[in-house]
Design a protein around this ligand. Sequence first.
Ligand code: URA
Length: 236
Amino acid sequence: MKEGIGPMIRSVKAVVEAEKMANSGEIFLREGAKRSSGVQAKGKKVDQLSAYRSQIMGCGLCRLAGTRTNFVFGEGSSKAAIMFVGEAPGADEDREGRPFVGRAGQLLTKIIESIGLTREEVYIANILKCRPPENRPPMPDEIAACRGYLEKQIEMVKPRIVCALGKSSTQALLNVETPISQLRGKSFDFNGVKVIPTFHPAYLLRNPEAKKEVWEDMRKIAKELVLKLPGKKSDG
Ligand code: URA
């Protein structure tokens, strides 16, 4: 009985702590903004994101703090119209401290370029900021501890679309257990932001035949963002 309830209590504690940390970032920013008044107005979003990164990068809310090399906050444009959200850092990302830099990341870069954008113009983050050992799937208490950070990033960047990559990130973000095959390409709401899930690039490396569906999803996203696709004349 004791053992059964322990993980639940730990996970509730982690959520409470995560919310405190996520909100302490806000308090910190408000104070910072007061101190430097108008001077900060220009690069405000960039400053907000980097201040928030500094605030949370020492996170110790879950067991992954004990095994990570780097806390992988996320990167990209603070004014991005689209944010890509993956599952968690892998070995390459853990080593470099940047999201999607391995093989799956190279494919993600191509996917982004297929709709006429560059990595620098979008924002890229993960549900988990730290690598799970041996790349095992994220555990529910790790997601609960970490999701406040992503929510805050979405709030700060204010993208028009969040493209959730793969099963774990889509299910975690939307709080559902529906298979990704039934969610991809559809639109959902997350705190007023449109979420369009698609397959994870790592899945595409194993199942290249699914690229067709991802291309369909990207076309839908490009249409929503009114992007002209590379090599395609405007419809007029
Ligand atoms: N897979 C992810 O979900 N995120 C990364 O950053 C890298 C691989």
